[in-house]
Design a binder for this molecule. Structure first.
Ligand code: ATP
Length: 365
């Protein structure tokens, strides 16, 4: 028989042409997203970009000004929050301090009027799921912050929703606990098969856990893709800049064939670059190269770029070599440190910079 903690499958969420106005302020501007069943999907963006508002519209706490919210293809816009098979975990846990761990976890089921024996059995399953077996009788106030967050997760998972919404649930935890809870959340999502929609402004958190990420800015979705897509194939400057560290280079398009372009850098060197599927590059373009994809060395006649080292930052595992290119552009190379430590450059050295053909990406204008 199927384990009690295994849902048949998670729900698919469709957001179609969603707009949300608060008075004359537009918080969400025409968002269309299809979140797949069983997916760990993350809404990522800076503070105020509309992530929480979007989540609250899936939960039913806010109504869209325009557009539809679909669950498994049916419009759920008319349903109250408690009529939707959707639950939310908040940053501040919102546990009941006067109840035990087990009573907190069973609270939603009790409200639904489920039989006592069923509640006991589900609560026991949930305690195991979040690794709190044997702690059911403890007052929640006796638990650590990380344990309380796991109780909040268990409580939200107990009624077996089709979709779990998580609004920055780890931001109150210290760094080490946050890292272990990231792994824990991913495990819970895989084990339950419930669709997770996770909100964060932390790009590393998003890259670590997500099947797919929607990067948002000012009420709009800028790019949707796997962590790999978002990091290695950013479509535009905002995405490239928001996720990780990036070098921007000006270039002129020489030719385009299939899905590669030849571009000429200001150094005169020609390189090959990829570009977003909906773009046909021409004229002047911006190309991005991630710092860890470039190598610095003694300049040669064939170096793609040339410049002078103006700063060297040692970071333990890596060294950041900051170079001022001949045309004045700043460029950073991240090198993994060898055991001997020193990166081999000094401030003022002239260096050549190279990267392999497949790492450069042309941005949409
Ligand atoms: P954060 O990470 O800071 O929570 P966010 O991306 O989740 O940011 P939202 O909370 O969705 O952003 O807010 C988007 C914008 O809408 C913000 O400018 C916010 O001030 C505004 N906003 C949200 N709720 C309301 C409301 N009830 N009334 C008026 N403005 C609101």
């Amino acid at each position: 028989t199927e384990s009690r903690t295994t849902a048949a499958h998670g729900g698919a969420i469709g957001l179609h042409g969603i707009k949300k106005w608060f008075g004359n302020f537009q918080a969400v501007d025409n968002v269309t997203l299809d979140i797949r069943p069983n997916e760990f999907f993350t809404l990522l963006g800076p503070s105020g970009c509309g992530k929480t508002t979007l989540l609250r519209m899936i939960a039913g706490f806010e109504m869209p000004t325009e557009g539809q919210v679909l669950l498994d293809g049916s419009d759920i816009s008319g349903l109250l929050p408690n009529q939707r098979p959707v639950n939310t975990v908040f940053q501040n846990y919102a546990l009941f301090p006067h109840l035990t761990v087990a009573e907190n976890i069973g609270f939603g089921l009790k409200m639904l009027g489920r039989p006592k024996a069923e509640i006991t059995s589900v609560v026991n399953d949930m305690l195991k799921l979040v690794h709190l077996d044997g702690r059911g009788h403890n007052p929640v106030t006796q638990l650590s912050g990380g344990q309380q967050q796991r109780v909040a997760l268990a409580r939200a998972l107990a009624p077996r929703p089709k979709v779990l919404l998580l609004d920055e649930p780890l931001s109150a935890l210290d760094l080490k606990l946050r890292k272990s809870m990231q792994i824990e959340l991913k495990r819970l999502q895989l084990e339950t098969g419930i669709t997770f929609v996770f909100v964060t402004h932390d790009q590393e958190e998003a890259l670590t856990m997500s099947d797919r990420i929607a990067v948002m800015s000012a009420g709009t979705v800028r790019q949707v893709g796997s962590p790999w897509d978002i990091y290695d194939r950013p479509a535009e400057r905002f995405v490239a800049d928001f996720i990780g560290e990036t070098n921007f280079l000006s270039a002129d398009v020489v030719s385009v064939a299939d899905n590669r372009a030849r571009v000429r850098l200001s150094s005169g060197a020609e390189i090959s670059a990829s570009f977003p599927a909906d773009v046909t590059p021409n004229g002047s373009v911006t190309v991005v190269v991630r710092p860890e994809h470039a190598r610095a060395g003694a300049p040669t006649g064939t170096s793609a770029l040339r410049g002078v080292v103006h700063d060297i930052v040692y970071l333990g595992t890596d060294t950041h070599v900051h170079v001022r290119l001949d045309d004045g552009t700043a460029f950073m190379v991240r090198q993994q440190n060898a055991r001997s430590g020193h990166c081999g450059f000094s401030k003022g050295d002239t260096v050549g910079i190279d990267f392999s053909d497949d790492v450069a990406q042309i941005l949409r204008d």
